[in-house]
Design a binder for this molecule. Structure first.
Ligand code: SAM
Ligand code: SF4
Ligand code: SF4
Length: 341
């Protein structure tokens, strides 16, 4: 078991300016994380050798201390990324470019405004996100470093039939990494069996097109059947990871809710019902003390041996990450987060 994670998700807030039908984040606690807590955490991570911090929400670009936080990242060696719905990308384009954020993961659920904006119950959201991505791409086109954009797409009854139509959109926005996420929870836009069959054919078509035309696009799934077996048929991750004995993500990826002071291993676990994997009241303690605590180490150790047989909401990207970590030797050497994660 490693001493510290390679990647830490930090939730800055749950407040949000969108009203997505599949997410209730905007109904939750409206407070923001304290800036000094987040910056101290980053300082500590830098000392430990954590590879990347990923900010999430709620809507990250609504974080009330966003300006000072972005400025703070500039002096750091480590990598930073953030997940956003894209509404305010244009507004913050200069600050984002000047910051150390190197990767922006933008959620796009359809290349068609009428569908995306309806799923996210927010007027002109797709138009704003698209304009924001293009603005940042244009401004960084001739600079020292381009911003890397990743698109997250929640696959649902609203978009299963036109997944292939994303390809030109992704190309136009210079997006090289595309994460398909099966919708989770009892949502009004869940898919039925017939819709899943169509989605499987769509993903199959996209994968073969990428190969045939050598497109510069990487999906988080290599087999559409795997994608739906985890999400919908409840197949355990053990069956999809080719005989892996333990889950490496639990020790390599941490998730901190910086508002309510909860910590867990693996970004999928905060709401999965495995309460033994969640530690509370961490806000007034150094991260090292909580993560390195003997009892929590033992819990992680135990859980990592059981997770692949117990978890029923393992995202395709984490299935892929587990296979990658097994290949590179998760417990020993290469602690770099792969570029597609
Ligand atoms: C909770 S959001 C926070 C960041 C930002 N507000 C956004 O939407 O990108 C993080 C990711 O979870 C995804 N998500 C939200 N609800 C989901 C659901 N019911 N099933 C699967 N993914 C979901 C979002 O689309 C987004 O990519
Ligand atoms: S934009 Fe993100 S946080 Fe906001 S409601 Fe939608 S999925 Fe949830
Ligand atoms: S099996 Fe998947 S969901 Fe469970 S802890 Fe591992 S990566 Fe997370």
């Amino acid at each position: 078991m490693t001493d510290y994670p390679s990647m830490v998700y930090v939730r800055l807030l749950q407040k949000c300016n969108a009203r997505c039908v599949m997410c209730d984040s905007y109904t939750k606690n409206q407070e923001s994380a304290r800036l000094d807590y987040v910056t101290n955490l980053i300082d500590e991570f830098e000392g430990l050798g954590v590879n990347e911090v990923r900010f999430t929400g709620g809507e990250t670009l609504m974080y009330k201390h966003l300006g000072p936080l972005l400025e703070f990242t500039r002096g750091k060696r480590m990598k930073f990324s953030l997940i956003t719905n894209g509404t305010a990308l244009r507004k913050f384009s200069e600050a984002l470019i000047a910051s150390k954020i190197g990767k922006i993961i933008c959620s796009i659920d359809s290349p068609y405004p009428a569908i995306h904006n309806e799923v996210r119950k927010t007027r002109s959201l797709l138009e704003h996100a698209s304009a924001g991505i293009k603005t940042i791409n244009d401004k960084t086109a001739n600079g020292e470093r381009a911003m890397q954009f990743v698109v997250n797409t929640v696959v649902s009854s609203e978009n299963y039939y036109h997944l292939r139509d994303f390809v030109p959109f992704l190309h136009e926005h210079h997006v090289r990494y595309w994460n398909l996420i099966p919708i989770h929870g009892e949502q009004p836009i869940r898919m039925n069996r017939a819709q899943i069959d169509v989605a499987i054919r769509e993903i199959d078509y996209i994968l073969s097109r990428i190969q045939r035309e050598a497109l510069d696009l990487t999906l988080n799934v290599s087999d559409p059947l795997d994608f739906f077996s985890t999400a919908i048929r409840g197949t355990k991750p053990a069956e999809l990871t080719g005989g892996l004995k333990r889950c490496h993500v639990v020790s390599q990826v941490a998730f901190i809710d910086a508002v309510n002071g909860k910590l867990t291993g693996c970004n999928d676990l905060m709401y999965s019902g495995f309460d033994e994997m969640i530690v509370g009241d961490i806000l007034d303690k150094p991260f090292r003390e909580v993560w390195g605590n003997d009892a929590f180490r033992l819990t992680r150790e135990r859980f990592s041996c059981q997770a692949l047989h117990r978890c029923d909401r393992c995202e395709p990207t984490n299935i892929k990450l587990n296979k990658h970590l097994e290949r590179v030797g998760a417990e020993t050497n290469d602690r770099k987060v792969p570029i597609w994660f």
